[in-house]
Design a protein around this ligand. Structure first.
Ligand code: KG4
Ligand code: ZN
Length: 337
């Protein structure tokens, strides 16, 4: 690519304050993430105001640590990148303004990055062969559920997306309902327990589209839980066990829908590879079923780079260097397809 080989990137779109240095769009030199998960856990979800303040407190330390891990420090950095959307506006502001100020002070180019697009670039950091185009990408995070056809860097076509909740959001809401913990995805994966009898929760197929809907499934979980609460009112252990079974059935439904739609998209488009990205890509059941169903090579970021991080922002900035002006503003609803 160009001469902007070593990129320092900053990510603050939600509840992780992150900075990373990546060389040539695939070699991670430093990847520092200050997670706020313990702070938000007591509220059962991310509180935007709290997230913004925490970013301000953490950002200097996180950037300094990333630079300390980079041989040559600032002298080796060719450009500074930051997420400018989508995400929480107050949270985005901290990372974007810090990155702009640093780039300006150091006389370096500044690159604005779309967070959802960047999730795909975690797949370029796996240490394995790069994904080949055309490629279908299934991006499943706490804020987004999207199927896209990627024909080249910066050349994406939207195939479909969620009509209501994002997949990760559904995991989080269901985990809260079943009192299994926060964040919901990892809690459900850890506690999911197959019921002894054959059972299943509904799947919204939305035939003929690549769209998703998880609201009916959420309602089915609610009803199953209400029934469990009635029948097991005075047996807390048995109720918890039943809730783990409901979590299993929920996960099976989500995985079934995501993998079948992704398979259909690969078949219909003639894609030669598939990228699975976003926080929900950390789900081992999803990875397993996808690998069983799909015949083209599947590229998944390393586990640590599925959830929010700045290495994926740096990789995206390298492969798709959109040099921005100093007036670039945050865009909470930014889309890339
Ligand atoms: O990509 P991400 O860190 O943030 C957004 O950009 O939204 O994704 C966070 C989401 C959360 O909803 C979390 O519950 C989900 O990813 N997640 C998982 C797993 N690990 C994280 N969902 C299912 N299984 C997992 N193992
Ligand atoms: Zn994300």
């Amino acid at each position: 690519m160009g001469e902007l080989r070593t990129i320092l990137a900053i990510e603050t779109s939600c509840d992780e304050t992150a900075a990373a240095v990546v060389v040539d769009g695939h070699h991670t030199i430093a990847n520092v993430v200050a997670s706020q998960v313990e702070i938000h856990r007591r509220y059962g979800g991310v509180v935007p105001e709290v997230a913004s303040r925490q970013h301000i407190l953490s950002i200097d330390t996180v950037i300094n640590e990333a630079l300390a891990q980079t041989p040559g420090g600032w002298a080796s950095i060719d450009a500074v990148a930051a997420t400018y959307g989508p995400g929480l506006s107050g949270a985005l502001l901290t990372g974007l303004n810090t990155a702009k100020a640093l780039a300006w002070a150091r006389g370096l180019p500044f690159i604005g990055v779309n967070h959802v697009e960047a999730h795909m670039y975690g797949a370029w950091l796996s240490g394995e062969d790069a994904p080949q185009f055309p490629c279908v990408a299934l991006i499943v995070s706490g804020g987004h559920t999207l199927l896209v056809l990627l024909r080249g860097h910066g050349d994406a076509i939207r195939l479909g997306g969620t009509l209501d909740d994002a997949a990760g959001e559904a995991f989080d809401k269901v985990a809260r309902l079943l009192e299994l913990g926060f964040p919901g995805g990892p809690a459900i994966q850890r506690l999911a327990l197959a019921p002894a009898q054959q059972e299943r929760l509904p799947r919204a197929w939305l035939h003929g589209t690549y769209d998703f809907s998880f609201s009916g499934l959420k309602t089915a979980v609610l009803h199953a839980d209400q029934q469990a609460q009635q029948t097991l009112a005075d047996q807390p252990d048995a109720l918890h066990q039943r809730r783990r079974e409901i979590a299993y059935l929920f996960q099976e439904s989500v995985v079934d829908i995501l993998t079948r739609k992704a398979k259909q998209a690969v078949l219909d488009t003639g894609a030669v590879s598939l990228i699975l990205a976003g926080g929900v890509a950390a789900n081992t059941r999803l990875r397993e079923v996808l690998r069983r169903r799909i015949s083209v090579p599947i590229h998944v970021p390393p586990f640590a780079l599925c959830t929010d991080n700045a290495a994926m922002i740096a990789a995206c900035a390298y492969w798709r260097p959109q040099i921005a002006g100093w007036d670039l503003a945050v865009d909470p609803n930014l889309s890339f397809v």
